[in-house]
Write a protein that binds this ligand. Structure first.
Ligand code: CAA
Length: 257
């Protein structure tokens, strides 16, 4: 596949997608999002890939939806295109996605970051939802995911002022997993992805899904979901291998079966 706005590569069993519109700080136009989601879905189907990293460049992860593309479009045109529906497909990706974020992660860039499962940020990251400055509001999950991630007060402050927060503050609020110098953020994200890629894939997939359910389900239903996943994993070949290898004091070899 050749893409106009993303760059795709692999390193061992990690798929890497780099957003590639540097002149406009990786503003997320419709084609970029279509390409990103198509590639995520392709990587999700590829048995050689066990984890995925999404990144931008040192200056910008992504500065939001493409304002130029939206400026003249009418409400009805945007509604008919249903332009955010494609974003929802990111949540259906079963493999873990790690965001490697440096510089601006604003608006849709912050929403894309929050759609990922883990975030490694550089010290220069600036993260926020500035849509209010344009007299609009987030449309790809900003009010919902940010509030779940940082709590009502902080989300309200960020969304109503439009002011971004620094990487250090994002770490304090649990919005990112790790903050490292700018030279190291991509390397660290890749390291984390490779570590997860070595884990048994069926367990990884079910843990990811169960953790996301915690946002949506009441506790008793979430517990029930978790337990059924646990029982299901007991039917995998990898769990016999994992437990046997532990007892035999050797390293397990997982096959994903
Ligand atoms: N859409 C389109 N173009 C953008 C863009 C965006 N979101 N963000 C930056 N650019 C473009 C600029 O227009 C500029 O292009 P030119 O060189 O052709 O003029 C180029 O990227 C570089 O940007 P700046 O010159 O503005 O760089 P800066 O360092 O002075 O400022 C910035 C950086 C603070 C991020 C500033 O660009 C900015 O405020 N960008 C907009 C951020 C924003 O409002 N994002 C939310 C968009 S709406 C949304 O995302 C809705 C949703 O929920 C999905």
């Amino acid at each position: 596949m050749t893409y106009a706005y993303i760059h795709v590569s692999t390193d061992e069993s990690v798929g890497i997608i780099a957003l590639n519109r540097p002149k406009v700080l990786n503003a997320l136009n419709l084609q970029l999002i279509d390409e990103l989601v198509a590639e995520l879905e392709r990587m999700d189907r590829d048995p050689e890939i066990r984890a995925i990293v999404i990144t931008g460049n040192d200056r910008a992860f992504a500065a939001g939806a493409d304002i130029g593309e939206m400026a003249e479009a009418s409400a009805i045109e945007i509604m008919q295109k249903d332009q955010f529906a494609v974003w929802d497909r990111i949540m259906l990706i079963s493999k873990p996605i790690i965001a490697a974020v440096s510089g601006f992660a604003l608006g849709g860039g912050c929403e894309l970051m929050m759609s990922c499962d883990l975030v490694v940020a550089s010290e220069s990251a600036l993260i926020g939802q500035p849509e209010v400055n344009l007299a609009v509001m987030p449309g790809a999950g900003g009010t919902q995911r940010l509030t779940r991630a940082v709590g009502l007060r902080k989300a309200m402050e960020m969304l109503l002022t439009g002011e971004p927060i620094t990487a250090a503050e994002a770490l304090r609020y649990g919005l990112v997993n790790k903050v490292v110098p700018v030279e190291a953020y991509f390397r660290e994200a890749l390291k984390l992805a490779k570590r997860i890629a070595k884990q048994p894939p069926l367990a990884v997939r079910m843990i990811k899904k169960a953790v996301h359910k915690a946002d949506d389900l009441p506790l008793d239903e979430g517990m029930d979901y978790e337990r059924n996943c646990f029982y299901l994993l007991l039917a995998s070949e990898d769990r016999y291998e994992g437990m046997k290898a532990f007892l035999e004091k050797r390293k397990a070899t997982f096959t994903g079966k």
